[in-house]
Design a protein around this ligand. Structure first.
Ligand SMILES: CSCCC(=O)C(=O)COP(=O)(O)O
Ligand SMILES: [Mg+2]
Length: 312
């Protein structure tokens, strides 16, 4: 196990869900099949409701944008009031949803409908969200240490709140200061992270983003957000370059030994060195060097040398 420091300037932890707080298996084996199994029945039951019609309109708009894609499923506008027309539209929405899900698309339209469908299942106690065992204790510790903790997931804010409000560990929603979804922008776009910082009222460099997806980490890093890639059982593998480049963590947990840290620590595995002595002054430059050992310019390396000298 390797101890990684978090720079003193970090005051906000931004968490991804799938593959970070929650096993991918829970999403792929429980949440998504629920949608595929129930989408037709859901549409038939709720079709006349305003919320359902808004979801369908958003899906139709998305389908228009997707028209050029291979296998895209169009959603026709209503052409009459008849039962046949309604059934034809419902079937088109079902096919569109299943097509999007087969590609694991993260469109706002799909995520909005999914969130509305999961609501009934969570509220009826049919599903309880799962978190890796280190997640809830670590979030509590971070908050005690004065950090703010936010969630940024492709899952809609409503779905996120259902998840954290109905988990195997009870209702832990109050542990989070706020939630962001793709309405603020996609997770692979740097601008989204700037907007999140602005919405929180901090600088991007005050944020540490934890995600399992390196494209998301890269987009966040380009916006000057600190990042660490989360390696969990069941996550997609990383390339050797990714393993070298990114800080990797396998747990949010703090090690049992209490260190005189400027902020707090995460644990992980990888090529990173272990710093035994921390001071607020040295922590940041060492962290920057470890995060990107091969690409930082000389002055960063000089910083590290001075850290090493002080540590020896
Ligand atoms: C309430 S999140 C449900 C999972 C989901 O729909 C999803 O797309 C997760 O994506 P993430 O950005 O959290 O990896
Ligand atoms: Mg994820």
């Amino acid at each position: 196990m390797v101890v990684l420091s978090v720079p003193a300037e970090v005051t906000v932890i931004l968490l991804d869900i799938e593959g970070t707080t929650t096993p991918i298996a829970f999403v792929k084996d429980i949440l998504f099949p629920y949608i595929e199994d129930h989408v037709k029945e859901y549409l038939q039951t709720h079709w006349e409701e305003e919320e359902c019609q808004q979801d369908v309109s958003l899906l139709r708009k998305q389908a228009e944008e997707d028209a050029h894609l291979d296998g895209a499923v169009p959603i026709p506008a209503a052409s009459g009031d008849g039962e046949d027309d309604r059934e034809r539209m419902i079937q088109a929405v079902v096919d569109n949803v299943c097509w999007q899900m087969s590609l694991d698309r993260k469109t706002t339209a799909l995520k909005q409908l999914q969130g509305h469908m999961w609501r009934a299942a969570f509220k009826a106690g049919l599903m309880k969200a799962e978190f890796f065992e280190d997640v809830v204790p670590a979030v509590r510790k971070w908050r005690e240490a004065g950090m703010k903790v936010y969630v940024y997931s492709s899952g809609s804010v409503e779905a996120q709140k259902l998840l954290f409000g109905h988990s195997t560990e009870g209702d832990v929603l109050e542990l989070f200061d706020g939630h962001f979804d793709t309405k603020i922008g996609h997770k692979v776009e740097s601008e989204s992270y700037r907007k999140i910082a602005s919405s929180i009222g901090c600088s991007t460099s005050n944020i540490l983003f934890l995600t399992d997806v390196t494209v998301e980490a890269s987009a966040a890093e380009a916006a000057d957000v600190h990042v660490a890639v989360v390696v969990r059982p069941g996550n997609a593998g990383l390339t050797d370059d990714e393993k070298t480049y990114y800080r990797l963590i396998t747990s949010f947990g703090c090690p049992p030994r209490v260190l005189p840290l400027p902020a707090f620590i995460l644990t992980g595995e990888g090529i990173h060195l272990k710093i035994r002595i921390y001071t607020r002054e040295f922590c940041k430059c060492a962290y920057v060097y470890f995060q990107n050992p091969f690409h930082r310019h000389l002055s960063r390396r000089q910083n590290l040398s001075s850290v090493k000298r002080k540590l020896m």
